[in-house]
Design a protein around this ligand. Structure first.
Ligand code: B12
Length: 414
């Protein structure tokens, strides 16, 4: 059986693409997002010169910050070095533009990524009792990035990913992370295609099968794999190759129907998740970065003149903000304009006094790192929940609370 996503309404797909355009005007290192470029190149749409300029900025900044001077107090305007996963996404960006790393600079990037992986391998440890400093998601992503550039990694590095798939090390707080499993599956699929680790061949084939089965089992009654936002990556993996008798075809059709409904609802606001979905809607996956088709015709995206929020409501709503992970606990009803984001609520609470918070820019948007002066420790995070106990599926910038809702910020380990 095969997983196909039949053509979707062009206008709907174009609207998604248009969502990316404003992000592509933001060319500071903090905002540059290699995933956007990859998603657009694997989509049926293009942004013309804006896209070229974006690639140019990505190259300048990433190369400067990754290869720049190593002297401690001279950091050529780089706030922070891109992380392992960001470096991996940058390598995918180059492939999306049909470039191979080849030059001396490129080789240094490859070495850096390999070195990152070695460090992570060490952190996981011989007995697999430890954890990567980043995550298995970034571990898989990095192997994938090297693989599409036809760069091999040691069996011992691949072995850690295999072990994680074989032993459910993708659990986040007891829940299967479908995104992580999908990324691992994509990385292993690439390795299998090139037969880069022949001694591991059987285990790789089996682990790909296992990750697909896990994802199919994680399908919700509505049709999502995991949740709505992990469905794009899950589909990318399922679309890579057929599977014998697993109900694959039906499962994918069901996911497509669910996606279509939620797309019409406008649930895909986040540029990163859009960038993971666009390839799927164009029957492409990250596997297509192995031999990308850079000549494929893509339609030009027109920026919409449509005003962003045609809502003229000035209605106020009340949202209760609660933090119990600190002493004394904080709880306060905050009144904000209807349609405000959770970030607006936090900001308002801050203005009213008695509440502080801090964020860090990430490819998914502002990531909440500090609440009431309490910063997250190793493998901890500030979880966003709707009372009593429902974790939010969106971040503070995207989630828009309803009137009367209670939002809890809870420090948890993962
Ligand atoms: Co998360 N997370 N996550 N996450 N996470 C994903 C991004 C995704 C897509 C998963 C999903 O639901 N399918 C959603 C976002 C959906 C959307 O945008 N609409 C998601 C969500 C919803 C959350 C939470 C909001 C859940 C909650 O609390 N209810 C929280 C964030 C709350 C906050 O702001 N404090 C959350 C937490 C986590 C943990 C478990 C802590 C880890 C991150 C810690 C770590 O890696 N050291 C986590 C991971 C690993 C991921 C995952 C699987 C990979 C991210 C990654 O490494 N990307 C993605 C899956 C995906 O992207 N499809 C989900 C690659 C690197 C290169 O990109 O930007 O540098 P990066 O990575 C950083 C950010 O992604 C950040 O942590 C990464 C490491 O520093 N981060 C952020 C992780 N999750 C989220 C979520 C949001 C909204 C933001 C702004 C940032």
């Amino acid at each position: 059986e095969i997983c196909v996503i039949p053509e979707m309404d062009n206008q709907l797909v174009e609207k998604l693409g248009q969502h990316l355009l404003p992000w592509m005007d933001q060319l500071s290192l903090e905002h540059l997002n290699p995933s956007l470029y990859v998603g657009l190149r694997l989509s049926s749409m293009q942004a013309g010169t804006k896209e070229d300029l974006y690639l140019h900025s990505l190259k300048l900044d990433y190369q400067k910050c990754l290869l720049g001077s190593t002297s401690r107090n001279y950091n050529n305007g780089c706030q922070a070095k891109p992380s392992m996963g960001q470096l991996a996404l940058y390598l995918l960006t180059l492939r999306a533009n049909c470039e191979f790393v080849g030059s001396r600079k490129g080789d240094r990037l490859v070495s850096q990524l390999k070195w990152f992986l070695e460090e992570e391998k060490r952190a996981i440890g011989h007995d697999h009792k430890g954890h990567p400093h980043t995550s298995y998601y970034q571990y898989g992503l990095s192997i994938l990035a090297l693989c599409v550039h036809q760069k091999r990694v040691h069996d011992s590095v691949v072995g850690k990913l295999l072990y994680a798939v074989e032993h459910d090390h993708h659990l986040h707080q007891g829940h299967l992370s479908v995104d992580t499993v999908a990324m691992a599956g994509l990385a292993l699929t690439c390795l299998e295609r090139f037969n880069f680790n022949p001694d591991l061949r059987q285990r790789i084939t089996l682990a790909i099968q296992t990750s697909k089965e896990k994802i199919l089992k994680a399908q919700t009654p509505e049709g999502y794999f995991g949740n709505v936002y992990s469905t794009p990556l899950a589909l990318q993996l399922l679309m890579t190759s057929p599977m014998p008798r697993m109900g694959l075809g039906i499962a994918c059709l069901k996911a497509r129907t669910a996606l279509l409904a939620i797309l019409k609802d406008g649930a895909f606001q986040n540029a990163l998740v859009i960038s993971q979905l666009l390839p799927v809607l164009n029957h492409k996956t990250y596997m297509d970065l192995i031999f990308p088709d850079c000549q494929a015709p893509r339609v030009m995206l027109a920026s919409t003149l449509e005003n962003p929020s045609p809502t003229h409501v000035s209605e106020m709503i009340s949202v209760t903000l609660k933090v119990s992970s600190v002493l004394p606990p904080y709880q306060q009803a905050i009144s904000v304009l209807a349609g405000s984001s959770l970030k607006d609520v936090l900001e308002k609470a801050h203005e009213l006094g008695g509440f502080t918070y801090g964020t860090q820019a990430s490819l998914s948007g502002p990531y909440l790192t500090t609440v009431m002066g309490k910063a997250v420790g190793d493998r901890e995070f500030w979880q966003l929940l709707r009372a009593p106990d429902t974790p939010l599926q969106q971040g503070i910038a995207d989630y828009r609370p309803q009137d009367g809702e209670t939002i809890e910020l809870r420090l948890v380990s993962w």
